[in-house]
Design a protein around this ligand. Structure first.
Ligand code: TXA
Ligand code: MG
Length: 357
């Protein structure tokens, strides 16, 4: 299959789309309407979109990603009112959260209506809904009929793409079109909150933190236990969270502790790796970068700048793959606020391999 690359030039961040851009997006919408797939930018990561109400389109998404079909897809809408067409009831909590966080990086799990095929929800009787803030995404949803099922636009198991070159790497030849809209602002997938249970629970941490959700819902919001315990036997409520994810091809280890001890330990392991002939890399903060002896030194930004680190994480993991790095060491991050989401992804990418000093 020939994949069309559609370049959209925004006039800078928050810049509006030209008539020509809108025409191009409308054409991509037609591809989705007629049962095809289109990758598109969002404020989190690139999505791989198909018509959420068409079982065949969802099947095509699973096939293009090589993803197990029991792992449900998020339905993206562009108008809050459309939620009523796919959710059986819209609880008060959903309205409150939407009024504060939509459009934006929040996904809500609700009871589904029959209109949403089982193929889209992996057989569950609930549906995940998100209203993204990215203007290209919104226009694409509108022009494709209103409901786009979209997982991240990566081959299953690989880091989610935050840059179009990685979408092309994974999806070229497999889908109808790829919309190039530049880099996503946030870089990590949306926060997922399950509103079908009481009290609501976060199934995947993201930019919208438990504290932010709790202050709107006026109750404490906690994260699904199966996510936070490292070797939990509990089954996560978001099926996708059980799969190995975001993993680079090289072996990634996180080292946590005081600065001096971490630097010393990582350098010691690198010496050993080097003696064994491995290519090495570190992923560390700007402040410590000069003190490592790895073949490749990449920084996540200034110490504890979670936003910058999240923005860079997936591209760095992909970069290490491009460079055929075999051993990667990462410093650890504080887990308060947005740091919880960052550490959740980093731990998954490392297969939970972390050394506490
Ligand atoms: O930021 C995002 O959410 C991106 C962009 C493209 O919007 N999308 C994304 O989709 O991350 P995906 O498919 O990579 O991750 C969706 C997650 C999976 O862990 C899946 O198991 C969970 O959402 N999920 C979807 N529907 C669910 C449901 N009904 N109940 C529980 N978990 C659900
Ligand atoms: Mg994904």
């Amino acid at each position: 299959m020939e994949t069309e690359i559609i370049k959209i030039k925004r006039d800078g961040p928050g810049g509006s789309l030209s008539d020509d851009d809108l025409r191009k997006i409308a054409r991509a919408g037609e591809i989705i309407k007629s049962g095809g797939l289109v990758a598109f930018p969002t404020e989190t990561v690139y999505g791989l979109g198909g018509n959420a109400l068409d079982p065949l389109s969802s099947k095509k998404i699973y096939a293009a990603k090589g993803r197990p079909s029991d792992n449900p897809l998020i339905v993206h809408i562009a108008d809050f009112e459309d939620i009523k067409k796919i959710a059986r009831d819209v609880p008060e909590e959903a309205k409150k959260l939407a009024s504060v966080f939509w459009p934006g990086p929040l996904t809500m799990i609700l009871k589904k209506k029959e209109t949403v095929p089982d193929e889209t929800t992996g057989g569950l009787d609930t549906v995940a809904v998100r209203l993204p803030s990215d203007e290209i995404a919104q226009k694409l949803i509108e022009s494709s009929g209103g409901f786009i099922a979209a997982p991240s636009a990566n081959i299953s198991g690989r880091p989610s793409p935050t840059e179009v070159k990685y979408v092309i790497e994974d999806m070229n030849g497999r889908i109808g079109a790829i919309i190039d809209g530049g880099e996503g602002e946030i870089g990590l997938e949306s926060t997922i909150i399950d509103l079908t249970i009481n009290p609501p629970q976060v199934l995947r941490p993201g930019f919208i933190t438990n504290e932010m959700l709790g202050s709107v819902l006026e109750t404490e919001v906690v994260t699904d236990k199966a996510l936070i315990t490292e070797d939990s036997n509990e089954k996560p409520r978001a099926p996708g969270m059980k799969y190995r994810h975001y993993a680079p091809k090289g072996d990634l280890t996180i080292v946590s502790g005081g600065d001096e001890a971490v630097i010393e330990e990582i350098n010691r392991m690198i010496e050993k790796d080097r003696a064994a002939g491995f290519k090495t890399a570190v992923m560390v903060c700007d402040e410590n970068a000069g003190r490592y002896n790895a073949d490749i030194i990449k920084t996540t930004g200034s110490r504890n700048d979670m936003k910058e680190a999240a923005h860079r994480l997936y591209s760095l993991l992909r970069f290490f793959d491009d460079e055929n790095v075999e051993r990667i060491y990462s410093e650890s991050f504080e887990t308060g606020g947005f740091g919880a989401a960052l550490m959740n992804r980093l731990l998954k990418a490392a297969g939970h391999k972390i050394i506490h000093l």
